[in-house]
Design a protein around this ligand. Structure first.
Ligand code: BG6
Length: 593
């Protein structure tokens, strides 16, 4: 998934686009590029492998102009290199394009329509810009672009410049996110809202299958046949403070430290006294269903496991957690009357979007729990609950996990009414999270002990096992240490073969019923040479334990355990001098299947 930005204004388009690319780099950082149209309509392209920072160094000093488009890449088609970097240009050098998405039929179009054209890169994108040239032999630029769009299969947000109309940016949008913001200095187009801050106060979230023309003082949106379309207008509600690092060295540490405030914000948003403020239709809809299917990817999928716990234990509703990428290409047997609950921090994960569309077609009710109520998934889902975590920039998700789980506990209470004192439990959870944040030095010490490991194992049972899954994901995402999580009982049925001298095994023991057995499973690994660590809860702790979390309600312990393991992953990666916020090969949310 890539990030694209375009600006049509009076001047300084270069900074507007570079500013946007810097802020979108969490979407992909394999290469970056920009096309700038100077005030005398001369178009210059700069692009290379690597970060936006490097791109800034290769742009001719003092070059600027009223209009520019830019791109930061997460490679899908073609290696991360200069040739495959965007912008791409048509054979006749008239059309320039940046693109976010994947064209599924690009090979077929290349051979059926573009046999006379030369192709310099391995990308699917070059096919789009040459197809526009192909149709421009017969049609005007707008018609050429709209006709081209009707030939494309797949996902695409594109910004196109035509040298013959240098005051316009042409826009195509299908499946991958794209917003247009209007401001005093000009109009800005971007893959999400963050680049709009400081450049626009209002924006529209484009629907699928639309074409647009943006100039410094006008925006027109039509369908592919040229029919004008009305569009929704939203306020830019994020502010700069929320997205700047401030006193922190990394966004990941900032976002870990924000978790107590995120919990308090959720209490203030969803509680009025002891009453819970959640859409009554949504709550009563639970009476008409007899099964919950959670659908998500990555960290959101591990958060869903806690949703399964709350709704099964506290609401007695059978629940299942389904991986969205698996569900895209399979159709589970559905006998019940299920509610599909989707969890997605970004609301833009392509796998989850594809399943959501399938479920909508089959008429089952859908609820989205997200950090982005302006997202594509929010526009499709029947119901939507905001997790109010604030912008999450670091690729490894932290505060969104805690906010998703807290939101589901509040929803489960609203549905079952059974979780007494939840508000107080959440208040104390916020305090106890601060206590853990006050003991970073202990966690730095643990990170020092595991940083050179080739492999690490987390073990636990029940919700401690589920917390282990998220903990293992964090460590492997940013430290690149091969980390796996296992139900501790499963170890001896195979995996224990991987335990050798000094392999770190971290046991999570916060549940009374399984504390003893998990500890004895850990001892079995010590017998094979493992270096053992225990993360326990005060009331179940032993003096030799590696980290002891304060006592908290048994159904909320993963929300404290993950703060410890988020910091463990963070300090291990810091020790290894790795790029914390932009780990290799990853992207914040993957908008391609
Ligand atoms: C991955 C991110 O791309 O997508 C993970 O790197 C994230 O951090 C996962 O958990 C799912 O994203 P989302 O936005 O659907 O919760």
């Amino acid at each position: 998934m890539c990030g694209i930005v375009g600006f049509a204004g009076i001047k300084n388009s270069k900074e507007a686009v570079l500013n946007g690319l810097r802020k979108l780099e969490y979407r992909g950082y394999d290469s970056a590029g920009i096309a700038i149209s100077s005030s005398d309509n001369v178009l210059s392209i700069f692009k290379d492998k690597g970060r936006v920072e490097h791109l800034e160094e290769i742009i001719t000093k003092d070059l600027d102009g009223p209009l520019a488009i830019g791109h930061t890449r997460w490679a899908t088609h073609g290696k991360p290199n200069k040739i495959n970097a965007h912008p791409h240009i048509s054979n006749n050098k008239r059309f320039i394009i940046v693109h976010n998405g994947v064209i599924d039929n690009y090979k077929e179009l290349k051979y059926t329509k573009l046999s006379g054209f030369n192709f310099y890169s391995e990308t699917d994108t070059e096919v789009i810009v040459n197809l526009i040239e192909y149709y421009s032999r017969k049609y005007d630029v707008s018609s050429s672009i709209r006709i081209t769009a009707t030939k494309l299969e797949g996902s695409y947000s594109c910004l196109i410049i035509d040298k013959e109309t240098p005051d316009k940016i042409y826009v195509l949008k299908n499946k991958t996110p794209l917003l247009i913001g209007c401001g005093e200095k000009g109009n800005i187009i971007a893959s999400d809202v963050i680049p709009l801050i400081g450049y626009a106060t209002k924006y529209t979230n484009l629907e699928d299958q639309v074409f647009g023309i943006v100039t410094k003082d006008s925006v027109s949106i039509t369908d592919y046949l040229g029919n004008k379309l009305e569009y929704n207008v939203n306020q830019v509600s994020v502010n700069d403070e929320e997205i700047t690092l401030g006193r922190y060295p990394h966004y990941m540490l900032k976002e870990i430290e924000e978790q107590p405030d995120v919990i308090r914000r959720l209490i203030s948003k969803y509680f009025d006294g002891e009453n819970i403020i959640i859409n009554k239709d949504l709550v009563s809809m639970f009476k008409s269903i007899n099964k919950i299917n959670f659908v998500a990817a990555g960290t959101s999928m591990y958060a869903s496991l806690m949703g399964k716990y709350f709704f099964e234990k506290l609401c007695r509703i059978p629940s299942e957690v389904l991986q969205s990428s698996e569900l895209v290409y399979s159709s589970p047997l559905i006998k019940d009357v299920p509610l599909f609950i989707f969890l997605s921090q970004s609301g833009e994960t392509a796998d989850s979007i594809a399943v959501l569309k399938k479920v909508k077609e089959s008429g089952y009710p859908t609820l989205l729990i997200t950090n982005n109520i302006g997202s594509t998934m929010a526009s499709i889902s029947d119901y939507c609950l905001d997790i109010y975590a604030g912008p999450e920039i670091s690729v490894a998700s932290t505060k969104a996990y805690v906010a998703q789980v807290v939101t589901m506990s509040i929803l489960a209470k609203a549905v079952s009414g059974s979780i007494t004192k939840l508000k107080n439990h959440l208040k104390s959870l916020a305090k106890k999270t601060e206590e853990i944040l006050g003991k970073k030095v202990i966690i730095k010490g643990l990170a020092d002990q595991i940083k050179d490991a080739k492999a690490v194992f987390y073990i636990g049972r029940g919700i401690d096992y589920w917390a282990s899954l998220e903990s293992a994901l964090k460590l492997k995402e940013i430290s690149y240490i091969h980390t796996e999580a296992f139900s501790s009982g499963e170890l001896k049925h195979g995996t224990i073969a991987l335990i050798e001298e000094n392999v770190p095994v971290i046991a999570i023991c916060t549940q009374e019923g399984t504390n003893g057995i998990v500890r004895s499973n850990l001892i079995e690994t010590e017998a094979r040479g493992a270096k053992s660590f225990v993360i326990s809860m005060e009331s179940l702790s032993q003096s030799s334990d590696s980290f002891i979390i304060p006592n908290v309600s048994h159904y909320l312990t993963p929300l404290l355990t993950v703060v410890v393991t988020q910091l463990l992953a963070y300090y291990t990666a810091v020790n290894k001098n790795l790029d914390i916020d932009k780990p290799r090969n990853l992207a914040k949310s993957v908008t391609v299947e």
